[in-house]
Design a binder for this molecule. Structure first.
Ligand SMILES: NC(=O)c1ccc[n+]([C@@H]2O[C@H](COP(=O)([O-])OP(=O)(O)OC[C@H]3O[C@@H](n4cnc5c(N)ncnc54)[C@H](O)[C@@H]3O)[C@@H](O)[C@H]2O)c1
Length: 256
């Protein structure tokens, strides 16, 4: 796939980290299929890429619905002629279940919240990985599949058992799929961010204190890792999950 313009599909590309990944890959010369359930934010990311002189097209995709995923992936291949990179950023914790969903201990949590969190984070990674892998295998030129996990998958988090389990599932799925797709030259990896700064979340001291570098993790930091893992330079890396947290996961309660 060295000399052709690569085509990258990114889910959650209307969101904060996904948007940054889309802009970064477009700057690297990829044509980007910007996918998200939120049409307005899809348009925003496509505009950001086009303003920078990049190539992008927007698609409304619900990652919890395998039929929606299959139909959009088919459309992307029709529009761009190929698919080389598939990055699955769509996800989130309890708030993805709706305005009334709350972070609660498991013994108090409601069925629909657990259901939705697992469907978006874990099933979403399944449906998009499967659809993308089918195209890449048929294409016969290798490819890159990249899932989004979280530091919470390793360390757990109170009132987020659903999120922790879904992101842990993503790590296991990444390993198993890497074994299945290696013979086709398709690598499968995951990234696991700690706390990433968001413009819509009020700045708290906690953001700085939560890692050993004393700096905020920006969406660009995550996008840079995603760019590397999506590139030819990462051709020998597969089945791995990369934590990007400024060392936050090294901390032990009440002592460093
Ligand atoms: N922000 C952090 O601190 C952090 C830390 C660890 C992991 N992560 C992971 O990184 C990813 C991106 O996080 P973010 O902070 O950019 O969140 P975000 O809310 O800005 O982006 C998530 C995007 O997913 C989209 N989405 C939600 N449901 C969808 C569905 N059913 N189908 C398609 N798209 C859907 C949303 O519309 C949104 O644009 C998530 O998987 C999240 O779990 C984030």
């Amino acid at each position: 796939m060295e000399n052709k313009k690569k085509v990258a599909l990114i889910t959650g590309a209307g969101g904060y980290i996904g948007g940054e990944c889309a802009v970064t890959l477009a700057k690297e010369g990829c044509a980007v299929a910007v996918c998200d359930i939120n049409e307005a934010t899809v348009t925003k990311t496509v505009c950001r890429i086009e303003e920078n002189g990049g190539t992008a097209k927007g698609y409304v995709m619900d990652v919890t619905d395998s039929k929606s995923v299959d139909a959009v992936v088919e459309k992307i291949v029709k529009d761009f002629g190929r698919l080389d990179i598939s990055i699955h950023v769509a996800g989130g914790s309890a708030r993805v279940a709706g305005p009334n969903a709350r972070y609660l201990p498991l013994i108090e949590q409601e069925d629909y919240v657990i259901d939705k969190v697992l469907k978006i984070n874990l099933y979403g990674a399944f449906w998009v990985s499967r659809a993308a892998a089918r195209v890449m295998v048929k294409q016969g030129e290798g490819g890159r599949i990249l899932n989004f996990s979280s530091l919470v998958a390793y360390n757990g988090l109170r009132c987020c058992t659903d999120y922790a389990a879904s992101k842990g599932g993503v790590i296991s799925m990444t390993k198993a799929l890497a074994k299945e797709l290696g013979e086709y030259g398709i690598t499968v990896n995951a990234v696991a961010p700690g706390v990433v700064e968001r413009p819509d979340v009020p700045e708290t001291e906690y953001t700085f204190k939560s890692n050993f570098l004393g700096k905020k993790c920006l969406a660009e930091d995550v996008a840079n890792l995603v760019e590397f893992l999506s590139s030819d330079k990462a051709r020998f890396i597969t089945g791995q999950t990369y934590v990007i947290d400024g060392g936050r996961g090294l901390a032990m309660k009440a002592s460093d």
